[in-house]
Design a protein around this ligand. Structure first.
Ligand code: ADP
Ligand code: ZN
Length: 524
């Protein structure tokens, strides 16, 4: 371990390890398979880079011959960034990819052959090609494999890649090498599936905390979006920030609007040329522009420590995405702000995109994202619990809910009573969609077929709109006035819900965008 600490200081200039880095490095030095789960930005790369510079505890023969770490990563650009950074530090690292010509590839092979290379980055399909496998086995040089983004191996993960599944053969083909998986996805089921899919032998599990206490989360409903965005940008005037948009068009219009308002903003999306993207990225990284307006194409491998805010101009499609993108703020540990502007329409747009082909995992993820931004629950708590961890703090002091900033509907109690009464009147046999249609007075086929246009609740909340009612139903579920159960997700009243009908309890329902604007209007 002394070796490792010295390498960290000498090559990176850091004086101490972050949580779990030391433990993760130790499993590599000891040659024990492991799975390390750390959120984005926590420093996973160091865990598999540092040991490549240390001698392992593996007997004389092994420590002399096997000194190569093979890093498997799905993203070429990310690999290139890491190899560039390592090379700059004087660490012998290289990658092989399809963009290289034969002579470049041969050069890398030569460095492997003469034992000069310490880290070799490969995409899974390249590593698994018979030629590469044959070469590496013949050289007997691989000490360990590091599998980055290891959730890609699991069909239960949010980013399954079939080519990752073949990685299982590594354990058989390289019995003397250990395999170490790294991911930022922490659900218990995906975790054990990764270990199983990779055939890890009695692995050591290291799971870090998913809370980012220096981030303040705010998730207001989208209203006057440009105004909402400008408020955040002004709070951090002259500092670095990212604004994520759902479409290229949104990126362009938002960038334009910001520039008109005198903000030094640049855009980034897949529709731009390579050199254009590179130039915008460089000016952001080098602080020549303050605000990067981008689609999610921007950010993989972006390692800027002093990003003070991340705004989402629209709801991402999963909590994993949100955690990853918002997690780019405040990597230096200083206070930073993450603002998510969302509207129920975002949910419908994503549902449409997913129509038909998306897996259940993707749908569940989308639903969880919808609940995260619509629930009246501490955001830190909700995120941490989503990733399967406990959150002990009562009031985080760093989210819009705990800070009491959320605009609640003045008639929360009356509205909640109408909704719970409707669920009761429908004999607890229907799902949220149907309940919302009845309350909003939509006489569609199913409503007419069951004569639900004749019950008292029909149209009781017609002035609020279908989506607003669906959001409130969600909020009542999370506040335990309603419950959802069975394979049809039917709604039922809880004991608290029945007490609510007798006038007890204080349900919290958020104001709709319409209602919120009139509140804002009254103040100014
Ligand atoms: P991840 O892969 O988990 O998303 P990275 O490996 O990209 O995270 O690391 C995020 C940032 O944290 C990088 O800038 C990295 O240099 C920095 N970092 C990692 N470990 C340490 C440490 N022990 N001390 C200080 N900074 C660190
Ligand atoms: Zn909170």
């Amino acid at each position: 371990m002394e070796d490792a600490r010295r390498a960290l200081e000498r090559f990176w200039g850091y004086d101490s390890f972050r949580p779990l880095q030391e433990q993760s490095i130790r499993t590599i030095l000891e040659g024990r398979d492991s799975l390390t789960v750390l959120p984005t930005g926590a420093g996973k790369s160091i865990c598999f880079q540092v040991p490549a510079l240390c001698r392992g505890h593996r007997g004389r023969e092994a420590s002399r011959e096997r000194n190569l770490a093979v890093v498997v990563s799905p993203l070429i650009s990310l690999m290139q960034d890491q190899v560039d950074a390592l090379t700059e530090k004087g660490i012998p690292a290289a990658l092989v990819n399809s963009l290289q010509n034969e002579s470049e590839k041969r050069k890398v092979a030569d460095r492997v052959r003469c034992g000069q290379l310490r880290l070799l980055y490969l995409a899974p399909e390249r590593l698994l090609s018979p030629k590469t496998l044959g070469f590496l086995r013949q050289q007997k040089c691989v000490r360990y494999f590091a599998i980055d983004e290891a959730h890609c191996v699991s069909q239960w993960g949010h980013d399954f890649r079939p080519e990752y599944q073949e990685l299982k053969t590594l354990k058989q083909l390289f019995p003397d090498a250990s395999v170490h998986a790294f991911t930022a996805t922490a659900s218990q089921s995906v975790r054990s599936d990764i270990a199983c899919q990779l055939g890890l032998a009695n692995p050591c599990y290291l799971v870090g905390s998913f809370d980012r206490p220096n981030l303040t989360y705010r998730m207001p409903r989208a209203g006057q979006k440009m105004q909402q965005i400008m408020d955040v940008v002004q709070r951090h005037r002259g500092k670095s920030g990212i604004i994520y948009c759902l479409s290229r068009r949104d990126v362009d219009t938002t960038t334009q609007a910001l520039r008109t308002l005198g903000i030094n903003a640049k855009s980034y999306h897949a529709g731009m040329t390579g050199p254009q993207r590179k130039s915008h990225q460089d000016s952001f990284m080098q602080d020549r522009c303050d605000v990067m307006v981008a689609t999610i194409a921007f950010g993989m491998g972006i390692d800027k420590p002093d990003i003070r805010f991340v705004i989402h101009n629209g709801m991402p499609k999963s909590v994993e995405h949100y955690q990853q993108e918002s997690g780019r703020a405040g990597r230096d540990g200083l206070d930073s702000e993450c603002v998510l502007l969302h509207s129920p329409r975002d949910f419908l747009v994503w549902s449409d995109v997913m129509h038909g082909e998306a897996s259940q995992v993707a749908r569940d993820s989308l639903q969880a994202m919808f609940e995260l931004c619509n629930d009246v629950t501490c955001r830190h708590k909700a995120i941490v619990e989503y990733f399967g961890q406990d959150y002990g703090v009562m009031r985080c002091g760093a989210c819009d809910v705990c800070l009491g900033e959320l605009v609640l509907h003045e008639q929360s109690s009356a509205i909640a009573q109408s909704i719970v009464a409707c669920v009761r009147d429908l004999k607890q046999k229907y799902g949220a969609g149907h309940v919302a249609r009845v309350l909003s007075g939509k006489s569609d086929k199913r409503v007419l077929q069951f004569h639900h246009d004749r019950i008292k609740s029909f149209g009781a909340l017609d002035e609020h709109g279908l989506m607003a009612i669906k959001v409130w139903i969600q909020q009542l579920i999370s506040q335990k006035y309603l419950s959802r159960s069975g394979s049809y997700n039917t709604l039922a009243t809880t004991a608290a819900g029945r007490r609510l009908l007798r006038g007890q309890g204080t349900p919290k329902l958020t104001a709709t965008a319409r209602n919120q604007q009139s509140v804002d209007g009254n103040q100014s």
